[in-house]
Design a protein around this ligand. Structure first.
Ligand code: FCB
Length: 443
């Protein structure tokens, strides 16, 4: 951490923290919730490194009042949470399940009473299993079902949610969930997963108009970005870098901002119908940017590789407990790249996720010192401020995450929270980064 004082942020800057439903709520059958693809996946042997599931997670469903108290103590102006589609529609279609919406109604009211803006993500990967059984995001109907679900949520919460986020990281859901089989639903389609990209984007566009019909609050999407670091200087490495950049950084953003799909890396566009691109390009008010690290890329060593690039570990960076490189310069680079790439078409950006996993353990006094997380957040915030000074419109920053939580295929083995959670007792203990962030926000 540099000793220079943190540069000032505008008074209107939104300071927040993020979570997602399946990672914290638990209570997977409470209030008539139906199963999601993550319930199915987590309960399939061998899928999660520690064999755990989200059945209990942080038990936030029952402890949300305590967690809102932690948000109030942190002094953040916003809280980004996600709504579990299978609580609202247990089988993904049909009328709303009132008990499911009641939970989010209580949460939203508790947030407002604590002076915290509710920022709701509609889809953070927990698709109702019944929709998966009908083809999931490979099936175009899912896009229409998603818009119906958005309508039901907005009818109930549209007067109080302050920012809507349609989808969380559609790229990761496509690539890890449907390309590589590492996340639910565990499909391994490689580039044949493209319909999952298109139908998520179509669902996003249809949901934008459903939300606008019910709510005057701004609408966003949260994309994951990763600037490319070439691990070779040959033309073939550059071509590989361009292909990866198109896949990770442009596949979702180009069509959202009215440019259609990039030509690389060569998807079969058969599922794209006339008019779809106009639906997808419906204006959004904010672009959510989730950033964790850059990606090292070179040309594939193997001529028969099914992919036009090879991902290689990046040398020379400190690493988190996830073995992800700590590269705040990558965040500045990515923000400048978005600004230059999309110019006036780029809406204001909010960093909707930024954070790190470390093996945080309470000390003998019950405190949880996490100096590496403080240094990480400090450096990433400086990178954001530098990008702002260079003209990139950034209006908010959300730390991933409020709580240690259930980290997908990594189960309980990766701790991202400002607050430590003892999963055996559900005891919450603010880490030293919580006090650091509180002091920064207060300033
Ligand atoms: C992002 C996810 C979020 C969390 C962080 C570490 O890709 O959106 O749920 O898992 O990574």
């Amino acid at each position: 951490m540099t000793s220079a004082p943190m540069p000032e942020f505008p008074a209107s800057f939104r300071w927040g923290v993020s979570t997602s439903a399946y990672q914290i709520e638990g209570a997977v059958t409470a209030g008539g919730r139906g199963p999601s693809i993550w319930d199915t996946f987590a309960h399939s042997p061998g899928r999660i490194v520690d064999g755990s599931t989200g059945d209990e997670a942080c038990d936030h469903y029952h402890r949300y009042a305590e967690d809102v108290g932690l948000l109030a103590g942190l002094g953040v102006s916003a809280y980004r949470f996600s709504i579990a589609w299978p609580r609202v529609q247990p089988t993904g279609t049909g009328p709303a399940n009132p008990a499911g919406l009641d939970f989010y109604d209580r949460l939203v009211d508790a947030l407002l009473a604590a002076g915290v803006d509710p920022v709701a993500t509609l889809f953070h990967w927990d698709l109702p299993q019944a929709l998966e059984d009908a083809g999931g995001w490979l099936n175009r109907d899912t896009a229409h079902h998603f818009a119906e679900y958005a309508d039901l949520v907005a009818a109930r919460l549209g007067d109080r949610v302050k920012l809507w986020i349609t989808l969380n990281e559609p790229f990761i859901h496509m690539s890890l969930g449907h390309g590589m089989g590492v996340h639910a639903p565990g499909r391994m389609l490689l580039f044949d997963a493209f319909p999952v990209a298109h139908h998520q984007l179509l669902g996003h566009g249809l949901a934008v108009s459903a939300l606008r019909a019910r709510s005057t609050s701004p609408v966003a999407i949260a994309n994951n970005y990763s600037p490319v670091r070439l691990a070779g200087k040959a033309d073939a490495d550059r071509a590989a870098g361009a292909a990866y950049d198109a896949l990770h950084n442009r596949l979702f953003t180009d069509p959202l901002l009215g440019r259609g799909y990039p030509a690389e890396p060569g998807f079969d566009p058969a599922v794209v119908r006339a008019g779809d691109l106009d639906v997808i390009a419906a204006p959004i008010d904010v672009l959510g940017v989730n950033y964790y690290n850059p990606t090292g890329i070179r040309a594939p060593a193997d001529e028969d590789s099914p992919l036009p690039f090879e991902i290689v570990p990046l040398a020379g960076y400190p690493r988190t407990a996830f073995d992800w490189p700590v590269a705040p310069d990558g965040l500045r680079e990515l923000l400048l790249q978005l600004h230059h790439r999309y110019g006036d078409a780029l809406p204001p950006i909010q960093i909707t996720e930024s954070g790190c996993a470390y093996d945080d353990v309470p000390d003998a006094d019950g405190r949880v010192p996490d100096p590496d997380r403080i240094a990480y957040l400090d450096r990433h915030l400086r990178a954001v401020r530098e990008a702002m000074a260079a003209g990139v419109p950034v209006t908010g920053y959300f730390v991933w995450s409020l709580l240690d939580n259930w980290e997908w295929a990594e189960g309980f083995t990766k701790r991202f929270g400002l607050v430590h959670v003892d999963y055996a007792t559900q005891r919450r203990t603010p880490k030293s980064s919580y006090a650091w962030f509180r002091d920064l926000v207060r300033r």
